[in-house]
Design a protein around this ligand. Structure first.
Ligand SMILES: [Zn+2]
Length: 233
């Protein structure tokens, strides 16, 4: 019976290794999907923000241009009035008003010019983002579709391996079954390890010579350090 248990445990360990590998790969694929979806959301948010910034600056430019038009017309009116004024005091007052208006106009013109430059930059950035987003959405949709298919395949394979594992597990003798089951669901998923000379290849510790020398080719032993089943390769 011992020899049978040893071989069943090795087959079970192989099946379990496949299950873990398949499930880890499916999990990695799910994470990739989540990552790509979140990158696209970020890119879409960035594009929306750039679009909004671009709209806002153009609204400001329009408002500033309206203000400029009204200042220009006030300057024109003041200049016309200036020709009809006779008193020094009135002239002085009007000139100071004119100089204030012209300063205001100049600073607003500078501001419009700066905003127009900014608007051009925003437009360039916005166009780039739109292209980037459109390309990314197409690429991502394709990649996600193929990942989803991969996950379906991996899940099918891991379920089949789990089923084989469950069925074969029932063939273990009661002497090892429950301990094997506890070990296999441990974090590293290793229940049986090869003995290399007198060293357990799972924990790299030496086992007592008597354990090593007593281990038959078709039998199993237990590592005195990590508790895994041991077999001779
Ligand atoms: Zn060990």
């Amino acid at each position: 019976m011992m020899n049978n248990d040893r071989n069943i445990m090795l087959d079970l360990q192989d099946l379990w290794n496949s299950v873990m590998k398949l499930e880890a790969e499916a999990e990695r694929s799910r994470k990739s999907i989540a990552l790509w979806e979140s990158r696209n959301r970020e890119l879409a948010a960035e594009t929306a923000k750039a679009e909004n910034d671009y709209k806002n600056i153009n609204l400001k430019i329009k408002q500033e241009e309206l203000d400029l038009t009204s200042i220009e017309s006030r300057i024109e009116k003041s200049e016309t009035r200036r020709n009809m004024l006779k008193s020094e005091r009135e002239l002085e007052a009007l000139d100071s008003e004119l100089s204030r208006l012209r300063e205001d106009r100049d600073s607003r013109e500078t501001s419009v010019f700066t905003m127009m430059e900014k608007s051009d930059e925003l437009k360039t950035r916005l166009d780039e983002l739109k292209v980037e987003l459109a390309e990314s959405e197409v690429q991502t949709a394709r990649d996600i579709e193929s990942l989803k298919q991969k996950i379906v395949t991996l899940t099918g394979e891991s379920q089949a391996a789990r089923k084989n594992f469950s069925e074969l597990r029932e063939s273990l003798s009661p002497a090892v079954k429950s301990r094997f089951e506890k070990l296999i669901v441990s974090k590293d998923g290793i229940a049986i390890a090869k003995l290399n000379g007198e060293t357990c290849t799972h924990c790299n510790c030496l086992v007592p010579s008597s354990v090593a020398s007593g281990l038959q080719k078709n039998s199993y032993a237990t590592c005195t350090n990590c508790g895994r089943f041991l077999y001779q390769g």
